[in-house]
Design a protein around this ligand. Structure first.
Ligand code: FAD
Ligand code: EPU
Length: 337
């Protein structure tokens, strides 16, 4: 474990922003973490980094960045119906999904091609195409930064919500997630509830899909609209989809009949933020080198050497426009540093 100084994070964030971290270390094992914590001073700002695919740097980082690279994927238990699989926080999420599909373990195939590391997946309860991590997560193993003690959080203790968990709130920057355990099916039950997946499988004439075919459909849909960060910097959806009251939804629908809403268990209605942004004519809108993506307006892209502050200014412009036109406050999904 070596602490480096004035380290460029450019290759470690998918917005491709040239932020410098005052100190930087790669931690490849729990032993590395313990060694690091002995040196770490509590008043130093700490940033825990996975794949950097949900972070916007608007400045250099005047503290210590630790990139978690704990490897390993192991089946730790099985019964007649399930495998319990433990994966290191540093495993690439999509590599993990791929290894589960190869082994015919069902439950994560709808989460194919989401960038980032396994350790960050519980932080915002990653989700896509009708599945969220919380549907398969058994437990999260983490080390408390202030004490070096190991903790286990069971599913209900993680307080998962839509793009939310305890690790994004009370426990943010208090724990380093080291391993994640998932419970996966031995006889997979493909989830094709998301309209676009059902349509894609139907177009291909696939009636009883295997998990590989569900994954292929997800990958095809994602590639058709989400920009590849290797080609154009971005962090996926910049904002969360907002939830409003049923009354407000009826009110907006009367003036905008094309709006779609998704009923929530608490009686509220979830809207498509992409639709709201599109309605405001913001597709392709730019601030400096930052742009609202023209295929998926919920994604802000680093189109032409944007600075983090330009991306932030564009995000603020999107928020203020939606607030003015619809009286809805969009909340960022991306962590802003
Ligand atoms: P980072 O960006 O490195 O970190 C994110 C947060 O987690 C930070 O607060 C960080 O401090 C914390 N963190 C990271 N690792 C640890 C750890 N070991 N312990 C404690 N805290 C940690 N997300 C979805 O939910 N669904 C999608 O469909 C989706 N599609 C995307 C598509 C694209 C093209 C891109 C670029 C992003 C997309 N995302 C999506 C967002 C992103 O992939 C996820 O949020 C992912 O989980 C972030 O992983 P990461 O390792 O890159 O996290
Ligand atoms: N839409 C428009 N105009 C457009 C594009 C989309 O109006 O140009 C509207 C359409 O009504 C469309 C709707 O947006 O039906 C939804 O688009 P999409 O299926 O891409 O879903 P999303 O709400 O934009 C969410 C997640 C994605 C996730 C997909 C699939 C959030 C914030 N985003 O996007 O997650 O992959 O659903 O489940 O919930 C991420 O979190 O980074 C992310 C990419």
């Amino acid at each position: 474990m070596e602490i480096k100084h004035n380290f460029s994070l450019r290759n470690l964030n998918t917005f491709d922003l040239p932020a410098i971290s005052k100190r930087y270390a790669t931690l490849k094992s729990t032993q590395d973490i313990h060694e690091f914590l002995k040196l770490y001073k509590a008043n130093d700002e700490l940033l825990i980094l996975g794949g950097g695919s949900n972070i916007l740097f608007t400045r250099d980082f005047d503290g210590t960045t630790v990139k978690i690279e704990i490897p390993g994927i192991h089946v730790v238990k099985e019964d007649q119906g399930y495998y319990w699989v433990k994966a290191g926080a540093g495993v690439n999420w999509n590599d993990f999904v791929e290894s589960c599909i190869k082994a015919d373990m069902g439950g994560v195939e709808n989460l194919s091609l989401i960038p980032g590391a396994v350790g960050a997946a519980p932080v915002q309860n990653i989700g896509a195409y009708g599945v969220e991590l919380k549907d398969v997560l058994e437990a999260v193993e983490a080390i408390e930064i202030s004490t070096g003690e190991r903790y286990y959080f069971r599913n209900h203790e993680c307080r998962f919500g839509y793009r939310d968990s305890i690790f994004k709130n009370e426990y943010r920057d208090r724990f380093i997630i080291t391993n994640v355990a998932l419970r996966l099916r031995k006889s997979p039950v493909p989830n094709t509830s998301y309209g676009q997946i059902a349509e894609m499988l139907d177009t291909k004439g696939i009636k009883n899909p295997r998990i590989r075919e569900v994954s292929d459909a997800v990958i095809q849909i994602r590639r058709s609209k989400l920009p590849d960060p290797e080609v154009m910097g971005n962090a996926g959806s910049f904002f969360k989809n907002p939830t409003i009251t049923a009354e407000k939804f009826t009110d907006i629908k009367s003036s905008h009949p094309s709006i779609s809403g998704f009923d929530q268990p608490d009686g509220k209605v979830k809207l498509s933020a992409a639709w709201l942004i599109d309605q405001c004519g913001l597709k392709g809108f730019t601030v400096g080198g930052a742009a609202v993506h023209d295929k998926q307006p919920l994604v802000i892209v680093n189109k032409n050497n944007a600075t983090g502050l330009e991306i932030l200014e564009l995000a603020n412009k999107v928020q203020s426009t939606i607030l003015e036109k619809f009286q809805i406050q969009l909340e960022p999904e991306v962590r802003i540093i």
